[in-house]
Write a protein that binds this ligand. Structure first.
Ligand code: AHM
Ligand code: MG
Length: 336
């Protein structure tokens, strides 16, 4: 009958969070509320991006962020939306944003979490209507802490959660709390993220590489020779394909869906590449490992074992399918 085409028992993000709170002993109500507030921030940013062009919000804001990039009006808006959502959740004490030079401590918050975020990652793509995203890592405050920089200058293995939202043709959300990865898609009509990829696994192999090859002049020899190797016929007689959006979230979302490898290596201009540990490399690496993939730096060290000294520290990064990142490790003489 007609009803067979309709799923009348969908799992929304709030339902998913409440159900996992009931079944996972380590889950607290506070953590559930924090994740709900993140869901709200993603929906708000998603809608803002989608209507921005029509209300003439594209173009430069006339200010610069900490790394000197030209900051777009949407970067400012995304940052404000994110900060306000975290502040009003009441569960966040410490916040690090790519768009803020210093960490923020919410003075009146009784919250016990520290959140690091890149509110609109890939913003150079915004004016062309290409996918961008928000990336988030979550730490619990250290025991006894009332909020300090030490709550975020920690090893990646201390994260208690990570997620990203990708604002593409649809808005997607990938979330881990250390129990695998679950994927949601935003239903704009009912305004909820719907669970569509439960227990998502990264395909173990797909011959796709994703890297800004325009930097190859500056690359180290072993990066150059590795990428050249991928262009030669492989075991199946065909070389790898190249795919590069230039938005980490979009390049990684494709990698989660199809497999392959994404890299932003260090080079002669910047030995630790471009991507920031706390709100780009850490959360993405947590998600990748939880989905069965590998996340390492140029030297083949596990990203999650690194520890930032400063909140905006960078790291070279190789992320993706076990076999494909495994090929890089083998190339530099490291085993899995
Ligand atoms: P952003 O945080 O200023 O947007 O920069 C990060 C972005 C990533 O999304 C993407 O992977 C990378 O920069 C692309 O850099 P490049 O243009 O050097 O290839
Ligand atoms: Mg970024």
């Amino acid at each position: 009958g007609m009803t067979a085409q309709f799923d009348t028992d969908i799992i929304t993000l709030p339902r998913f969070l409440l159900e996992s709170q009931r079944t996972q002993t380590h889950s607290t109500g506070e953590f559930t509320l924090l994740l709900n507030s993140l869901g709200f921030a993603f929906k708000f940013i998603s809608q803002t991006i989608r209507k921005a062009e029509l209300v003439h919000f594209s173009g430069l804001a006339g200010t610069n962020n900490t790394t000197g990039d030209a900051q777009k009006k949407l970067d400012v808006l995304g940052d404000e939306i994110f900060i306000n959502a975290m502040k009003s959740s009441g569960n966040v004490k410490v916040l690090v944003s790519e768009e803020q030079e210093d960490l923020i401590i919410f003075p009146t918050s009784q919250g016990t979490y520290a959140v690091c975020c890149d509110p609109i990652d890939g913003s150079s793509n915004l004016d062309a209507g290409v996918s961008v995203g928000t990336i988030v890592s979550i730490f619990r405050l250290k025991p006894g802490s009332t909020g300090s920089i030490q709550d975020v200058l920690r090893g990646g293995t201390e994260m208690v959660g990570a997620c990203y939202a990708m604002y593409g043709a649809s808005t997607h959300l990938l979330l881990t709390t250390g129990n695998g990865v679950d994927g949601f898609t935003l239903d704009n009509n009912i305004g909820e993220f719907i669970l569509v990829y439960p227990e998502l696994r990264l395909p173990p192999h797909n011959p796709i590489y994703s890297i800004n090859e325009g930097n190859s002049y500056y690359w180290k020899e072993e990066v150059k020779s590795f990428i050249e190797k991928l262009k030669l016929p492989q075991a199946n007689g065909k070389p790898f394909s190249a795919r590069y959006v230039g938005s980490m979230v979009a390049d990684m979302h494709r990698t989660f869906m199809y497999g392959g490898l994404f890299a932003y290596p260090g080079d002669r201009k910047s030995s630790s590449g471009k991507l920031r540990l706390l709100y780009e490399a850490f959360p993405m690496s947590f998600l990748v490992e939880q989905a069965g993939g590998i996340a390492v730096n140029d030297r083949g060290e596990r990203i999650l074992d690194l520890k930032p000294e400063h909140i905006h520290d960078k790291s070279s990064i190789w992320l993706g399918s076990k076999e494909d990142v495994g090929m890089y490790l083998q190339h530099i003489g490291k085993s899995l």
